[in-house]
Design a binder for this molecule. Structure first.
Ligand code: FES
Ligand SMILES: [Fe+2]
Length: 422
């Protein structure tokens, strides 16, 4: 809560002077006090994407994840329920679990041997007479208080109460549905393994860039040229694709208008139906007349505030470390029942966002140069006005701009401001 002055007026929030409808101040990316405030008011309040249920498919599976600066263990208990435990011993605060993943019904702290069930409950502590006997301590591992999942995507909120995950996702839920609707079984998995890219830039540069349709032709010109990819044209002045602010800080580059114009199934994936016949047959069996539309319109390109980015065939998870550092985790989407596509999704992901990938390296170079540039003092403001003069509101009440407009960024900042001023 913002402190209340004796007059009864609210003290101005740290950021209220720093965000304008068409400009944002550079210090938002460099001031450690802003970052500390963001942890409290955004990362430890709102719903944050943590992982996917397919990463812990069996009872007692666990995998270590991040929720901002917090090391969490995503576990599945023996009843099948998913938990997010905070990786800290209730005794002296040690990090309990060191393995990246595994299968165990309990965790044992290596320091003094306290053990915990994979629900966080304290099971035992050695030489218990020192505590008056067995079962005397009302302690346990910390738990992310609210855990919810949507189509298998697991989110955590460190706030005890607040809007539900469905309320937070709002229209963005439909974009997740679109992705899942490309699986003949109506199910995706994110179990191909995650790669983490440490990035020396503020997390917001990444979040803003994910649906910035202005940069691809310039930053990714080389990969589009080498691979002969037609994607660049989707982000040009001539494109009929749109940028849409979906509310709650979420946004998308909606490429469907372009793909509908071409009306070619699987074009979104850079292929043709005859090259993936088993997938096409499975889609037609599953969705009948609607299969063609799905295969023409393709997968979403959506940024879900604050850290989940679905980029057609990849999913990204952005987690902040410090004001000038974050880690961007990425993995290839796997469509249950879409094996022909899955293999290519993995190889394309290695080529674009892998260790020597040609796409993410270019973006990361921009993020890090952005961070270096913005620490220069003059000019103080960053400009986000592109397309303000031509925005419209669509039939669902969402603000829509051209493919290359900064409509998404303005939606991000509007929601950011509302959270930071709460
Ligand atoms: S710190 Fe974990 S048992 Fe002592
Ligand atoms: Fe990019």
């Amino acid at each position: 809560m913002t402190s209340v002055m004796s007059s009864g007026a609210q003290a101005p929030s740290l950021v209220s002077e720093l965000i304008r409808p068409d400009q944002v101040h550079g210090s938002l990316y460099t001031n450690p006090a802003v970052f500390a405030e963001e942890l409290k008011k955004i990362w430890f309040t709102t719903w944050v994407f943590v992982g996917h249920e397919s990463e812990v498919p069996e009872p007692n599976d666990y995998v270590r994840k991040k929720l901002a600066t917090q090391d969490v263990i995503m576990t599945r208990d023996r009843e099948g329920e998913v938990h997010l435990l905070i990786n800290r011993c209730a005794h002296r605060g040690l990090q309990v679990c060191d393995d990246a993943q595994g299968n165990s019904s309990s965790f044992r702290c290596p320091y003094h041997g306290w053990t915990y069930r994979n629900t966080g409950e304290l099971l035992g502590y050695p030489y218990n007479k020192g505590y008056g006997g067995k079962g005397k301590l009302e302690l346990g591992m910390g738990r992310v208080p609210r855990v919810a999942s949507y189509q298998g995507f697991v989110f955590g909120s460190m706030a005890n109460d607040g809007p539900s995950l469905e309320d937070h996702l709002g229209a963005a839920a439909g974009e997740i549905d679109r992705l899942v609707g490309l699986s003949p079984r109506g199910e995706v998995a994110l179990d191909a393994g995650w790669l983490g890219h440490k990035t020396r830039a503020n997390w917001k540069f990444l979040a803003e860039n994910e649906t910035d349709g202005y940069h691809p032709q310039f930053v990714h010109g080389s990969i589009f040229g080498v691979t002969g990819s037609p994607i660049g044209a989707l982000y040009s002045d001539a494109s009929t694709a749109v940028t849409r602010a979906l509310g709650n800080g979420h946004s998308e580059n909606d490429l469907r208008p372009e793909f509908r114009n071409f009306a070619e199934p699987m074009r979104w994936f850079g292929t043709t139906p005859d090259r993936v016949p088993a997938y096409v047959a499975a889609m037609e069996k599953a969705y009948g007349d609607d299969a063609q539309r799905r295969m023409i319109e393709g997968a979403p390109h959506v940024m879900i505030f604050p850290n989940l980015f679905i980029a057609e065939i990849q999913v990204f998870n952005i987690q902040p470390v410090a004001v000038g550092e974050c880690v961007q985790y990425s993995t290839a989407v796997q469509l249950r029942g879409g094996e022909e596509l899955n293999r290519r999704m993995i190889s394309q992901s290695i080529g674009s966002v892998g260790p020597a990938g040609m796409l993410l390296a270019d973006d990361t170079e921009m993020y890090e140069r952005n961070q270096r540039g913005v620490s220069m003092l003059d000019p103080e403001w960053l400009d986000v006005r592109r397309g303000l003069i031509r925005e419209r509101v669509d039939e669902n009440g969402f603000t829509v701009g051209a493919a290359t407009d900064e409509t998404a960024m303005r939606g991000f900042w509007k929601h950011y401001r509302s959270l930071m001023e709460a």
